[in-house]
Design a protein around this ligand. Structure first.
Ligand code: HEC
Ligand code: HEC
Ligand code: HEC
Ligand code: HEC
Ligand code: HEC
Length: 232
């Protein structure tokens, strides 16, 4: 029987395989390159439109995180406040500060350059799009902002404190008891388990390790480590 295909076609499956392989390799490279945002690095500290200081507002003025990040305990996503939250105070306080010019531009119709546009804060922490994260699931189970974001209360400029890699998430999911706090201490950046135990002898436990295990049982915490937990 005559060969109806030309000779070179014998190589076709191999050519296809080679092409397919290089496409896959290219995709894997592109995925790992572009899916890993530059923002996910310890120490990342972009400059912001207003030099907003957590140190002034939390440690000096004494504001709770939830005054501004008001969705953090009720939603998966933690919001950054809108200009009106700042304006509550700054229509009265530090009115002449040049640092607040962008706030006046956004909120103050009497300001010459007023445009009413929202302030564009630059995002510091950003998980890749293929990762599912949920704030309220953590802070309502005794995990503090401090565990993941560091000592924000003393930061002049917010900096990424933890690497937020998959291994970092899993390390805590496997042993959450090392990080659990009583719920009323989640927003307390001066929390110290040893001091807490000496002030609360009725808790019935003696060491931070015992406290962690007790809270784990009390909150019925059992963080999952299956892939679908964080990759929907
Ligand atoms: C007076 C309002 C206010 C209070 C109170 C406040 N924040 Fe913020 N926070 C902001 C604003 C505005 C930004 C965005 C600008 C910046 O990154 O500095 C921000 C940014 C952040 C970020 C970085 C967000 C990102 O882009 O990844 C974290 C984390 C954060 N705050 C945590 C906290 C914690 C923890 C507390 C409590 C200790 C707190 N904040 C209290 C206003 C506030
Ligand atoms: C509860 C009141 C309150 C809120 C809400 C508030 N601030 Fe302030 N802010 C203050 C006070 C009080 C000071 C002055 C502290 C001092 O003088 O030591 C201040 C200081 C500042 C300064 C320093 C000004 C300078 O010239 O040194 C900036 C900038 C600032 N705030 C920005 C913001 C922004 C942006 C927001 C909203 C995300 C905000 N503040 C929300 C009370 C507030
Ligand atoms: C278990 C770790 C963990 C805890 C606890 C935690 N965060 Fe976060 N936070 C993250 C991660 C991860 C991101 C990035 C999420 C993303 O990109 O979807 C983030 C992002 C943020 C952002 C930026 C959101 C945006 O869209 O700009 C803010 C603001 C923030 N966190 C505030 C807080 C505050 C306030 C608390 C405590 C009340 C807190 N976080 C507790 C891990 C945590
Ligand atoms: C410091 C400890 C800690 C870290 C770090 C941590 N988690 Fe968790 N995570 C927990 C605990 C505790 C729970 C609650 C488990 C429960 O309720 O049984 C939880 C629950 C979850 C849930 C389930 C939420 C739901 O809707 O049921 C998801 C998703 C999750 N974590 C994702 C992440 C991701 C993604 C990261 C890393 C970016 C991360 N976690 C880092 C402790 C942590
Ligand atoms: C507790 C949350 C969590 C669980 C569970 C989890 N991952 Fe991830 N995974 C992440 C986070 C966060 C990242 C992003 C890390 C980064 O950007 O540095 C990630 C990244 C990845 C990546 C991208 C490659 C990389 O390293 O950036 C792959 C592939 C992946 N995960 C697969 C899996 C598989 C397979 C499982 C189940 C065996 C799994 N993950 C379970 C949180 C999780």
């Amino acid at each position: 029987m005559a060969n109806i295909f030309p000779r070179w076609s014998n190589l076709l499956p191999i050519k296809i395989a080679v092409c397919a392989l290089s496409v896959v390799a290219g995709l894997v490279f592109a995925f790992s390159y572009y899916a890993t945002p530059k923002t996910l690095t310890v120490g990342y500290q972009p400059s912001q439109p207003i030099p907003f200081s957590h140190k002034i507002h939390v440690d000096q003025v004494g504001l709770d995180c939830r005054y501004c990040h008001s969705f953090v305990d009720v939603a998966g996503h933690s919001n950054v406040p809108t200009g009106s939250t700042c304006w509550n105070c700054h229509q009265h306080v530090q009115k002449e500060s040049p640092k607040l010019a962008p706030l006046h531009k956004s909120m103050d119709p009497a300001y010459p350059g007023y445009d009413g546009k929202p302030i564009e804060w630059v995002r510091v922490h950003k998980a890749p799009d293929f990762v599912y994260f949920n704030h309220s699931a953590h802070v309502n189970r005794g995990i503090s902002c401090q565990n993941c974001h560091g000592n924000v209360n003393t930061m002049e400029v917010v900096t990424q404190d933890q690497n937020m890699s998959m291994g970092w998430c899993l390390t805590c999911h496997r042993n959450p008891e090392l990080n659990l706090r009583p719920l009323e201490e989640v927003y307390n950046f001066k929390y110290n388990a040893v001091d807490y135990l000496s002030k609360n002898p009725q808790s019935g436990v003696k060491t931070p390790e015992e406290l962690g295990l007790k809270l784990k049982e009390q909150f019925k915490v059992k963080p999952k480590t299956t892939c679908a937990t964080c990759h929907h």
